[in-house]
Design a protein around this ligand. Structure first.
Ligand code: MBD
Ligand code: FE
Length: 305
């Protein structure tokens, strides 16, 4: 179609806007409609293709997979890069890199002081100990910081979404001690894969892509007077380490994993097999009025006791 005709119909649609329209929503909706009209015309999208696309999105909504399609198409990572850019412009730099939250956080996890065991003892995976501190920009420890941690089991599945796991398995909120330290015992996670045959999987197959994440552990780290950090660490050596379907692996978030085989260290933990040890400290930025709020409000699962 010619541009004059497309713009004419777009004009008629925009003119239908009422006086009390929400200006932000109107701007976004009309921009989206305009971009999609032009896309339909440029790609000569046929009616069957349009309806297939609409029904595809409806299915993804019904089955709860939009939260997987978004990271799979790079939206979550793109929002991170935009937040990094906004921070850089506000003079906020250094510190532990952020990376995406993903769709599998559950609010309301048990709170522990200083240290916690995350696994319920049923997972045969290798024992993992992770420890470190929460620090401010000057390297000073932050006592009373909160380290929220969540990760998959040795099948790559997350409790709550995987209803076979116990409540809050592999999920805790750990408050740092007087020296800013946190420490937890858990099991080494395995990378998550999107549900086979689901909306995300079928889309990725059309793109000749896989739907697997490398093994990772999620964190929200917060402390009074500091910007909330949303991040992950990766388990080094995972074959998908730099081939994450969600594009979330970043330099600075792949700490070395030490295999501990020392008998005394194993005995101190009460384990009879070697375990993995990760030491990693988080550095937060002080609050600033210049940068957009680091804490992102979004719909999340919440479980209350
Ligand atoms: C995950 O575990 C995850 O972290 C993301 C971003 C998407 C899907 C599953
Ligand atoms: Fe995850």
């Amino acid at each position: 179609m010619n541009k004059i005709a497309i713009d004419a119909v777009l004009g008629r649609i925009e003119e239908s806007t009422g006086q009390d329209a929400n200006p932000r929503i109107s701007a976004i909706v009309y921009r989206m409609v305009r971009d999609l009209f032009y896309m339909i015309d440029d790609l000569d999208i046929q009616p069957e293709e349009f309806w297939a696309g609409l029904n595809y999105l409806a299915e993804a909504g019904r089955t709860g997979e939009l939260g997987l399609i978004a990271p799979g198409l790079g939206f979550d990572h793109f929002l991170d890069l935009r937040m990094d850019d906004a921070e850089a412009r506000a003079g906020v730099s250094g510190g532990t890199p952020r990376t995406i939250e993903g769709p599998l956080y559950v609010a309301g996890a048990p709170v522990a002081q200083g240290e916690a065991r995350l696994d319920d003892g049923t997972d045969e995976g290798e024992v993992l100990v992770m420890e470190g501190r929460v620090l401010d920009g000057a390297g000073r420890p932050l006592p009373n910081a909160t380290v929220e941690v969540w990760h998959a089991n040795s099948m790559g599945n997350y409790s709550y979404f995987d209803t076979t796991q116990s409540a809050f398995n592999l999920r805790r909120s750990i408050v740092t001690d007087s020296e800013g330290r946190y420490r937890f015992r858990s099991i080494v996670p395995v990378g998550y894969s999107v549900p086979p045959g689901g909306a995300t999987d079928r889309l990725l197959k059309q793109l000749d892509r896989h739907g697997t994440r490398p093994a990772h552990i999620h964190f929200f780290v917060s402390a009074p007077g500091h910007r909330k950090l949303t991040t992950q660490i990766n388990i080094d050596g995972d074959p998908y380490l730099w081939d994450d379907f969600a594009f979330a692996t970043r330099e600075g978030l792949v700490p070395p994993v030490t295999r501990v085989e020392d008998a005394a260290a194993m005995k101190a933990l009460g384990v009879d097999k070697p375990f993995s040890l990760i030491q990693f400290s988080f550095t937060l930025h002080a609050d600033t009025a210049n940068a957009p709020q680091a804490e992102v409000a979004r719909q999340r699962a919440l479980v209350t006791a």
